[in-house]
Design a protein around this ligand. Structure first.
Ligand SMILES: [Zn+2]
Length: 256
């Protein structure tokens, strides 16, 4: 079994009104960031896209009228959206699976249930980002494309970047077919009898390291959404009944 350092001491789950929200304490310490990973409502019901601004408002303690929100239509492709100008719309909906911005008071969001949510924060340039990475995006070069855009569009350095990996399906439970397993180097596949289990987190982390992110700047919260805390939503476990969890991050300066 491969081991990835766990940073459980760097996590906290906040209960606010009727929702549970997980936060990485090192990201909050940067000061310019508000972020969270909304696990869902306490009654176990899922999250609708139309609820997202209100949920972020509760989780971040910022009134809805003070921010704008990007809610992408996720298409499992390598599409990184960059926001470098003040947006006029209250809610921005575009196709994409990763988001970057240097704009104040703009919350980026992605929705996941087993796929890997990656939070990005650069304290040097105050760029924030989010990526939604499943096996398809991982194989197609999502991590590399996020770093390429981060460098080219924002003129920023990967060595300054901090990453936080939120909960996703772990190698313990991520059974994949033979056809899929052969697409990955065998070090990312755990063979158990005739079955293959994919370590998506290990694969994606390696891609970011090769792209110039420092190992000590990557926080991994490796709890599995399938067999871990019952509050997680898992598409593989619950199929169509599964709700989505919402990751959000924003650069928040001007709110007094
Ligand atoms: Zn598991």
């Amino acid at each position: 079994m491969k081991s990835i350092s766990e940073f459980k001491e760097n996590m906290m789950i906040e209960e606010k009104e009727d929702l549970n929200c997980l936060k990485f304490t090192p990201l909050e310490k940067f000061g310019f960031i508000r972020h969270g990973f909304i696990l869902g409502k306490k009654d176990g019901t899922g999250i609708n896209s139309s609820d997202i601004p209100e949920l972020i408002s509760i989780a971040s303690s910022i009134p809805e009228e003070k921010f704008r929100v990007v809610i992408p239509k996720q298409v499992h492709q390598v599409q990184v959206l960059s926001f470098k100008e003040k947006m006029q719309e209250k809610i921005i909906q575009m196709e994409g699976d990763a988001l970057l911005t240097d704009q104040d008071n703009l919350f980026l969001t992605i929705q996941v249930a087993d796929c890997l949510p990656v939070f990005l924060a650069d304290p040097a340039t105050e760029i924030v980002g989010l990526a939604h990475i499943g096996w398809r995006g991982a194989l197609s070069g999502m991590a590399e494309e996020v770093i390429r855009k981060f460098k080219e569009v924002f003129n920023a350095k990967p060595s300054d970047l901090y990453l936080a990996f939120g909960p996703s399906i772990g190698e313990c439970c991520y059974k994949v077919s033979d056809d899929l397993a052969v697409l990955f180097d065998e070090k990312y596949i755990d063979k158990r009898g005739t079955e293959n289990y994919l370590d998506l987190v290990y694969f994606v982390k390696d891609k970011f390291l090769k792209s110039g992110v420092k190992e000590e700047n990557i926080l991994v919260f490796s709890e599995c959404t399938f067999c871990g805390d019952q509050r997680y939503q898992s598409y593989r476990k619950d199929k169509e009944k599964a709700g989505r969890m919402v990751a959000f991050i924003g650069k928040i300066h001007t709110i007094g």
